[in-house]
Structures are given as C-alpha cells and as structure tokens.
Design a binder for this molecule. Structure first.
Ligand SMILES: Nc1ncnc2c1ncn2[C@@H]1O[C@H](COP(=O)(O)OP(=O)(O)OP(=O)(O)O)[C@@H](O)[C@H]1O
Ligand SMILES: [Mg+2]
Length: 263
C-alpha cells in the first residue's frame, strides 16, 4: 500500500468530516455529489503538492461548481470544484467551441470540464495582470481551481447583491465596475459573460468590487462576445437602477468598446 503523507492523511480526515463514507478502498460515496473518485484524487494531488493543507467548509453550491474554503500555504484559499456530473455542461461546450484557445480539445465531457476549469484560471490571471480586482488564481488541476480567498477571516465578502449602498457609494462602485469592463475588453481582451450582482464580491470597508466566476468569459473573437457584453451591461444597469443610476446602455457599450473599434 502506498504510504500517505501527513498532509494527505489530514485531508482524508477532513474529507471524512464532510461525511464522505468509505465504502471500500476503491469507492468513496460522496456528499452532495462533489467528491467523486476523480475529484478526490485531484484533491490528493493538490495536497501532495502543498497547495491544500486542509479543507474547510462549503462556501457555495452552484449550478456547475461548489466552492470550499481551504487552508493553503499559511493562508485561506478558495477551491472551486466543478462537478464532473454537471448537467449544464452542454452550455460549456458552446462557450469553448468559439474560443480559438481551446480549438484542439477533444470534446469529451470530462475534458470539457477540465478545459473549462483551466479557462477560468487563465481568465482570472489575464484579468489580474491587467489590474482588475479578481481572485488571484493559485493553481488548477483537473476540475479544481485554487484561488485567493476574497474575504475576511473565514468569511467571504458579501455579494454585491447582498449589500445596501448609499447612492454615492453605488455611483463609485458602478464607475469602478465599468472601468474594469473597459480594461477587461481592451487590455485583457475578454468579456466576462456572466456579470451581475451575483458575481461581484464587495469589500465592505474599501468598497472595492471583485469580479469573480470567470469560467465563461470569452475572448473578443468569440462570435457572441458583443452580445455577452451587452448582456453584462444590461445586468449591471438593472441592478444599479435602484440607486438612481440610469446610464444609456448603448453609450456604455460605445465607451467600453471604443478603443478596439478605433484600432
Ligand atoms: N475566491 C473566492 N473567495 C471567496 N468566496 C468566493 C470566491 N470564489 C467564489 N466565492 C463564493 O462562492 C460563490 C460561487 O462562486 P462562483 O460564482 O464562482 O461559482 P458559481 O456561481 O457557483 O458558478 P456556476 O454558476 O458556474 O456554477 C460566490 O458567490 C462567492 O460567494
Ligand atoms: Mg456565480
């Protein structure tokens, strides 16, 4: 039998704590369908590499992925684990097909999910490199993305959706987000593609908005990039309307895309 390192044994205990029952040495029955055998193996790999020291609690259970708090090298990290049995993977396929960076992947379900996870890693990296506030990606392996934890202590920052703002703060935050969209478009050459009050975390003390959930973000060559951008703008203006912010969506689109059009 392969000897397990201390860290991995610790991970084992943590996984047990999360009510994963060991059926036999080969099969592990999982809570909420998160840790199938391949995912567990991927978690072990990341533990062996020193990326994960222990697993914390669940932060979120989404349509395609679960997010967990984890302990990384002397700091908290967020682990986004895409479900291999995701039912919405057909829509992932659609986003990846139009993206030239992924033209050579075999279109097998698992490969698509792994490519999607890598895509989120790269998108976050590109956004960060251009100065956008977004979680710093730490590592990606199979269906797991390890990234900087955006929060205070063990508590993630609230979603923009959950925060009640003064009109003045709302105006500032809206301005920052539009500025980020412009940088994302012109420098990172990306469109977020699922931007809304659900995919922005807000630092309550500095009011810095962090863009998250960039798996579906596409490069400008994607045939639907401009439609996605229009939708992102529409979602944002819809949310900010309650603070009396009512910009012309066409005008925002023009501002964000201006530099590219003049090239
Ligand atoms: N880096 C992070 N730090 C802290 N909390 C995070 C981080 N990333 C995600 N979260 C939390 O987890 C939630 C879900 O994350 P995210 O939006 O990326 O996935 P999702 O919406 O479940 O994705 P999908 O809809 O594609 O399944 C977020 O709303 C946020 O509360
Ligand atoms: Mg989300």
């Amino acid at each position: 039998m392969v000897k397990k390192s201390k860290d991995i044994r610790k991970l084992d205990t943590d996984v047990d704590k999360m009510r994963i029952r060991r059926k036999d040495s080969e099969h592990l029955k999982v809570k909420e369908n998160v840790f199938d055998e391949a995912t567990l193996k991927a978690l072990y790999d990341l533990a062996r590499k020193g990326v994960i020291e222990s697993l914390g609690g669940s932060i979120s259970t989404g349509k395609e992925a679960n997010v967990f708090l984890a302990e990384g090298k002397d700091k908290n990290i967020a682990l986004k684990i895409y479900r291999i049995s995701s039912s919405t993977f057909n829509s992932m396929d659609e986003y990846i097909r139009g993206d030239p960076r992924f033209s050579n992947i075999r279109h097998k379900k698992k490969d698509i999910i792994f490519a999607w996870t890598k895509k989120e890693y790269r998108n976050l990296m590109r956004a960060r490199e251009c100065g956008i506030a977004a979680p710093r990606p730490i590592d990606t392996h199979k269906n797991i993305l390890a990234m900087e934890f955006i929060g205070e202590g063990d508590k993630p920052y609230p979603l923009l959706k959950e925060v009640k703002l003064s009109e003045q703060s709302a105006q500032t935050i809206f301005g920052t987000i539009i500025h980020y969209l412009e940088i994302l478009y012109n420098e990172a050459k990306l469109v977020h593609g699922d931007l809304s009050e659900y995919n922005i975390l807000l630092d309550p003390s500095t009011l810095e908005p962090y863009l998250i959930d960039m798996g579906q973000s596409v490069t400008l060559e994607h045939p639907s990039a401009n439609d996605f951008l229009k939708r992102d703008i529409r979602n944002l203006t819809r949310h900010f309307k309650k603070y009396g912010i009512q910009p012309d969506e066409e005008e925002l689109l023009r501002i964000i895309t201006e530099k590219q059009r003049n090239k």
